[in-house]
Design a protein around this ligand. Structure first.
Ligand SMILES: C[S@@+](CC[C@H](N)C(=O)[O-])C[C@H]1O[C@@H](n2cnc3c(N)ncnc32)[C@H](O)[C@@H]1O
Length: 224
């Protein structure tokens, strides 16, 4: 074999140029991604063009604190492409609450959740976090991940962090500049959005997601 598997973070591996997670549901792909078997384990290649978290890791994220057993709130679940990899990472002792406003995406997402019991689907509006509190109550959320294409991305993120993220919990906010303004420079939008977070988060890293995602940045922070 011409490749090896090396660990980057808890549950995240490098295989050649690619990153990958160990498949929790062996023998199946989620979004037609490649699967690779190595020393008795099956890995799913994590496509950075289809996942902001995957892109941020490929761009050299320094620390990734979602690991086995983590409880994660994920806003903008869509059909669950990124969540499927987080599901591999957190394993059977972890849980991911995936919120999305689109009933159409939710139908495909629910199919994924049936195969992966550590994902809880929530059809809801992330800008109104109290509307889904009955699903989450009783859990202490270790990490909040957000990928919603909305104008008020930082506000939505902060509302959810206040409601659910534990103190010193980690936040991963993917900012899409063009959902906020069509004319301002992406750099200035990223600065403004990051500034909104500074009162409540210690900013650990800001990672530009180019070339995988144009005019997107991932902000990683720790809740104060
Ligand atoms: C770019 S896609 C997310 C892709 C997904 N994070 C992934 O990596 O697989 C953005 C998603 O945000 C959802 N969305 C937009 N506004 C929302 C809101 N207010 N509450 C919840 N979801 C929202 C959309 O329905 C869409 O599915």
């Amino acid at each position: 074999m011409g490749f090896g598997v090396t660990r980057i973070f808890d549950g995240v591996y490098r295989i050649g140029q690619n990153i990958a997670t160990q498949n929790m549901v062996e023998g199946t792909s989620v979004y037609s991604e490649q699967r690779i078997s190595f020393e008795g384990k099956e890995y799913r290649i994590w496509d950075p063009n289809r996942s902001k978290v995957g892109a941020a890791i490929r761009k050299g994220m320094k620390e990734f604190l979602i690991g086995e057993g983590s409880k994660v709130l994920y806003l903008g679940a869509a059909e669950g492409t990124t969540i499927s990899h987080l599901s591999d990472i957190v394993g059977k002792s972890g849980v991911i609450f995936g919120v999305d406003i689109s009933a159409r995406s939710m139908r495909k997402f629910i199919y994924l959740c049936e195969k992966r019991p550590n994902i809880v689907p929530i059809l809801g509006d992330a800008s109104q976090p109290m509307t889904y509190k009955e699903h989450i109550s009783g859990f202490s959320i270790d990490a909040l991940v957000q990928d919603v294409s909305q104008k008020n991305q930082a506000e939505i993120f902060l509302k959810n962090a206040r409601a659910y993220l534990k103190r010193e919990g980690h936040g991963y906010l993917s900012i899409k500049a063009r959902s906020i303004s069509a004319s301002e420079s992406a750099e200035s939008i990223f600065r403004q959005e990051t500034k909104k977070m500074e009162n409540e988060f210690e900013i650990l890293e800001t990672i530009p997601l180019e070339p995988f995602e144009k005019e997107h940045e991932m902000v990683v922070g720790k809740k104060k």
